[in-house]
Design a protein around this ligand. Sequence first.
Ligand SMILES: NC(=O)c1ccc[n+]([C@@H]2O[C@H](COP(=O)([O-])OP(=O)(O)OC[C@H]3O[C@@H](n4cnc5c(N)ncnc54)[C@H](O)[C@@H]3O)[C@@H](O)[C@H]2O)c1
Ligand SMILES: [Zn+2]
Length: 358
Amino acid sequence: MAARMKAAVFVGPGRIVLDEKPVPDVGPLDALVRITTTTICGTDIHILKGEYPVASGLTIGHEPVGVIEKLGSAVKGYREGQRVIAGAITPSGYSYASLAGDHAQDGAGTAHGWKPVGGWKLGHIIDGCQAEFVRVPDAMANLAPIPDGLTDEEVLMCPDIMSTGLAGAESGAIKVGDTVAVFAQGPIGLCATVGARLMGATTIIATDMLPERLDMARRLGADHAIDSAKVDPVAEIMRLTDGRGVDVAIEALGLQATFEAALRVLRPGGTLSSLGVYSKDLTVPLGPIAAGLGDHRIITTLCPGGKERMRRMLNVINSGRADLKPLVTHRFKLDDIEAAYDLFGHQRDGVLKVAITP
Ligand SMILES: NC(=O)c1ccc[n+]([C@@H]2O[C@H](COP(=O)([O-])OP(=O)(O)OC[C@H]3O[C@@H](n4cnc5c(N)ncnc54)[C@H](O)[C@@H]3O)[C@@H](O)[C@H]2O)c1
Ligand SMILES: [Zn+2]
């Protein structure tokens, strides 16, 4: 009988449970990675709640840090025992989408049958990494060696949270001296705040409703932190910018309210960079979009993946330009992952990110 492993499996809305599965087999281009640390994403909570369901029985998780256990027969350039990460998004490198440069859109589409989002495979259309082992497809395009001296927790944000958050800033094409608003300061929004600073924004305005997240935003580079539960963020941002509005507004939550607020604070010609995963139709109000004549750009971004993106993220950490360790606030064993979902899903006890170790 094949060796077995523990894995966090989506059963149906409201239920992700620890189960047992066979250790995956590897095809010629794959790698088997033994997970040493992983985490739970806000998107996994959308899955759990049934807002973004995946197939029943699928192993969840798309943020792997681990050690190469086994390499497919055609995989070159790596060795077993090497410490690696893979991105949440695992492009093949050879599909039409990849060759067009749209690596995140590689693959066969979504669990929902939409054409885009196909580069997100782990914990979405193939078994993910909240498990003892994960099969990483197209290993040569996706495995990024962890620089010596960096701990698992130091690199845990690279596969998704950091890559996504920084991409929100990059997609916004922030320029030196820009004023940037970041709506919501969950892990994604906090990394967008870090990205805005790295891109050269000199006024960064963060919004959230949790005081500890607003504090963390200040610590990571926000100049102003607005508590949306207490003040109207649109009015406050317009006041802070002398009525000018912001050059770039980053939406990092996935709600009509924050999407709309991001549009309302944009200067003419500004860019709305959207990162949130939405679960309802969005409407675009006529005034803020200036009947379509405002020279606005609205851009959406799926977390960039692939080993070159991961190499860059690891380099940002290794160079000391960003320190995302403070985002890891809680630690759980894989055996206790249901408790980890409960804590993370309800944002209890000041949780930002949990580190899960098999
Ligand atoms: N685009 C991508 O590739 C990608 C990747 C990962 C996650 N996501 C998505 O990004 C979003 C954020 O993820 P996260 O893990 O940071 O989520 P999170 O739930 O941890 O954080 C959301 C934050 O929003 C705050 N908030 C709630 N209502 C608010 C309001 N009206 N105004 C301002 N802040 C408010 C909450 O207090 C919380 O801090 C989710 O929708 C997630 O699915 C997208
Ligand atoms: Zn994610």
